[in-house]
Write a protein that binds this ligand. Structure first.
Ligand code: CMC
Length: 435
């Protein structure tokens, strides 16, 4: 795919008195790149770009985002349209296949999701052997890796029907997530129901109990669909790049996704949604003085960051945050929650921060994680499950990227270079002579 993007234009680089011509590539939305693939072999130089601030690792036709303009499209469709008009299952199909499903395709895919919803009974015993209070992200990552032992025929055969592969994983991750919650509560497991669609089924597995039957609330289902859609892909973010990098060593889908879940766990990445709600709760419990948290975040000598603000790519606004902020209000209203002090604090923080030169100069805006926890909390999801919810949403994106990487004719194992700064080669000193 990469070679098709080379234009006739060239960039010139002069090194040690010699000029080299580097091809220019252009993507379908006009993004431009300098092709340095042969730079080291031609010049002996590598490029350094810690944090990959400026490095394109692949060509991808899954998601486009323009951080300056606040645009996010999956397979060419605006996130605003998808969040408003689609179910999560439709969007999962879109990401994995490249096109929105027809009615028939959607039914087939939904039936597969229903059919794969159970997990092997032996796998359920694994839940009993995690110590109490194990972080759910650790359980999820371990269980997803373990799936390859139960379904070994799926492990390294991406040629297999992609519907089966993605439906199996998307369906079972939902069951694993709900079972891990039930186990943590010491409650009996609630098995998936074939007659419930994806999100309603998840909520039922989470909240139904023999003494308190769960009644599906359409507004809550709609909000969950929206949240999962908004998290479903985000091009080459940390966890997706992890899935691609691990997969580039020709590792099976389960192990690659398990690594992605671990990356997502980090508080600078998906773990921020849990950190935000914990920060808001702390502010509330300490009397609501959020200004001292803003001051701490601005203090260069304090490592504290105002979680839920800032993004590597978005520099004007995060379109997902705008949609979630709006959804917050309608979910609370539909649940009859007339006021949420945490939402009030969040709104006040946003208002103050958007006027504060520190944040304005650094283009720090609320990101996807700032308001999502308020919805999760309102629908009863405990904060230590928030990042698991993010993982459930991101799963179709990870699968689509793993598949794209696997099928790419330009695929190479991911293997960055470095600039070595350690000692130069020196004579070995035997143990008796080391003093
Ligand atoms: N609070 C206070 N200062 C901040 C924040 C923040 N949340 N974010 C960035 N900065 C400052 C940072 O200190 C630096 O200042 P200076 O130029 O004076 O050194 C400047 O802004 C640029 O920050 P950076 O760390 O170089 O930016 P980055 O692109 O490497 O990091 C980020 C992006 C998201 C990791 C960062 O903004 C952050 O840590 N935010 C808080 C955690 C968070 O909300 N993460 C969720 C991100 S969105 C969902 C996801 O990716 O999963």
């Amino acid at each position: 795919m990469l070679n098709d993007l080379v234009t006739g234009k060239k960039a010139e680089l002069t090194l040690d008195g010699k000029t080299y011509s580097l091809p220019i590539m252009e993507g379908s939305e006009g993004e431009r790149a300098i092709d340095i693939r042969t730079l080291r072999s031609e010049t002996g130089y590598v490029t350094i770009d810690s944090g990959y601030m400026n490095t394109g690792s692949c060509a991808s036709n899954i998601t486009f985002l323009d951080g300056e303009k606040g645009i996010l499209n999956y397979r060419g469709y605006a996130i605003e349209d998808l969040a408003e008009k689609c179910s999560f299952v439709e969007v999962a199909f879109l990401l994995v296949h490249g096109s929105l499903p027809t009615g028939l395709e959607l039914k087939k895919f939904s039936d597969l999701l229903g059919g794969f919803a159970l997990i092997h009974e032996d796998l359920i015993h694994f839940f009993d052997h995690f110590p109490p209070y194990s972080p759910p992200m650790s359980i999820l990552s371990s269980m997803v890796n373990t799936l390859c032992n139960f379904y070994p025929e799926m492990t390294d055969n991406p040629g297999e029907d992609i519907d089966m592969m993605s439906a199996r994983l998307i369906s079972k991750v939902r069951t694993i997530a709900a079972f891990s919650y039930k186990k943590s509560m010491g409650q009996p497991l609630v098995y998936p129901r074939h007659d419930y669609p994806y999100c309603a089924n998840f909520l039922n597995m989470m909240f139904d109990s023999p003494v308190n039957p769960y009644v599906v609330n359409d507004e809550v289902v709609a909000a969950l669909n929206k949240l999962l859609i908004l998290h479903a892909d985000h091009e080459q973010n940390c966890s997706t790049s992890t899935v691609r990098l691990v997969g580039s060593a020709r590792v099976n889908l389960y192990a690659s996704i398990s690594a992605g879940i671990s990356a997502l766990w980090g508080p600078l990445h998906g773990g921020a949604n849990q950190a935000v709600i914990e920060m808001l709760e702390e502010i509330y419990e300490n009397g609501g003085d959020y200004k001292q948290y803003i001051d701490k975040a601005k203090d260069r000598n304090d490592p504290f960051r105002l979680v839920g603000f800032g993004h590597r790519v978005y520099k004007s606004h995060d379109p997902r945050a705008l949609i979630i902020k709006k959804a917050c209000e309608s979910v609370l209203r539909s649940l009859g929650i007339s006021a949420d002090p945490l939402l009030d604090i969040a709104r006040e923080i946003e208002e103050v921060v958007l006027q504060d030169p520190y944040f304005v100069e650094r283009n720090l805006y609320p990101n996807v994680d700032f308001y999502s926890g308020i919805i999760y909390r309102a629908i009863g999801i405990p904060s230590n499950m928030f990042t698991v919810m993010f993982a459930m949403g991101r799963l179709p994106g990870w699968i689509a990227h793993w598949k794209e990487m696997w099928d790419d004719p330009n695929w190479r194992i991911g293997r960055p270079r470095q600039i070595y700064t350690g000692p130069q080669r020196r004579p070995f000193v035997s143990l008796s002579e080391r003093d």
